[in-house]
Design a protein around this ligand. Structure first.
Ligand SMILES: Nc1ncnc2c1ncn2[C@@H]1O[C@H](COP(=O)(O)OP(=O)(O)OP(=O)(O)O)[C@@H](O)[C@H]1O
Length: 283
């Protein structure tokens, strides 16, 4: 039996504006194994988000998507909208880069979380409200009942992000796609969030696509990495092997940029720098 949950083959994305058509993504292919974690790295604008949105049918009509995207036996690019919406809610959850945009500022967290559970799990309003509280308790939020009464802008980016992760987990999807999940979060909460993601990998039967421009974050969690540049995959391989032995100039550039950041950080703290620890750790 195949262990692949998601197979993407020759994905292309084109953007149309008036009579102008521009190719944004080409020849992207990868496989996500059951219980695996694939990291997608690349600089800003390299095509990481558009690739994942294309897979989930989240791009608007100005985009044209070609290729093959198989989730189990379902061709996601050919599936009807109802089927796609069902898969997006229950089977594949996406954690967005900017979590604030995922919630409506006009409604309380309680209302919005409950709506999601009612729609995706077909539960009663009472059950949905209980589930919302359970999500916050599971994420170890302080005063969860108070948090539920708040509007999105009354919470920090880190809290909203943790709520999104908690909701994604509660729905027990087969795949979680996390798009730069640490962007809106301060440094201390980044560490906590990364722990949360590691726990997902250890305790849940969930596969993951983890998108980041930060190779260090990806190295902590992904077994395989796809490196993107200008809308194309320039390298793909097992994380440790790629970080240690890649000869690709751009991949090396991403690794070295990361190392020089770590160097600066360690020098500021009075340590020997990343080069001193390079032999022990990967990045
Ligand atoms: N709505 C849009 N209309 C037209 N082009 C777009 C749109 N969104 C993104 N693009 C283009 O698609 C390319 C890939 O963008 P994408 O957002 O996938 O990059 P990314 O690697 O996720 O970057 P970041 O890390 O900044 O999110 C870029 O060249 C970008 O300009």
């Amino acid at each position: 039996m195949s262990t692949e949950l998601l197979t993407v083959k020759d994905l292309e994305v084109w953007h149309k504006e008036d009579s102008h058509i521009e190719n944004i993504i080409s020849d992207v292919s990868f496989r996500l194994k059951k219980n695996g974690c694939l990291g997608i790295v690349g600089e800003s604008g390299s095509g990481k988000s558009i690739t994942c949105k294309a897979i989930l049918g989240l791009l608007d009509k100005s985009f044209d998507v070609k290729g093959e995207v198989m989730f189990n036996d379902i061709h996601l690019l050919k599936a009807d909208k109802r089927m796609i919406r069902k898969i997006r809610g229950k089977e594949i959850s996406m954690i967005l880069q900017n979590p604030m945009t995922a919630f409506d500022p006009l409604y309380t967290m309680h209302y919005q979380m409950a709506e999601t559970f009612i729609e995706n799990l077909k539960v009663s309003k009472k059950e949905a409200l209980e589930m919302s509280l359970k999500v916050l308790e599971d994420m170890n939020m302080i005063l969860p009942k108070d948090v539920l009464k708040k509007y999105p802008h009354q919470l920090s980016g880190g809290m909203i992000q943790r709520i999104m992760i908690g909701m994604a987990l509660f729905l027990k999807p087969s795949i979680i796609i996390a798009d730069e999940p640490t962007t809106a979060v301060d440094a201390i909460n980044v560490v906590k969030l990364m722990e949360e993601f590691k726990k997902i990998r250890e305790n849940h039967d969930t596969s993951m696509i983890f998108i980041s421009h930060d190779l260090g974050a990806v190295a902590k969690i992904a077994d395989e990495v796809l490196v993107m540049k200008d809308g194309r995959v320039i390298e793909h391989g097992e994380t440790k092997h790629l970080l240690r032995y890649s000869k690709n100039q751009h991949t090396r550039y991403l690794i070295d940029t990361r190392l020089s950041l770590v160097d600066k950080f360690h020098q500021a703290l009075g340590y020997g720098g990343a080069h001193a620890i390079r032999s022990k750790r990967i990045v």
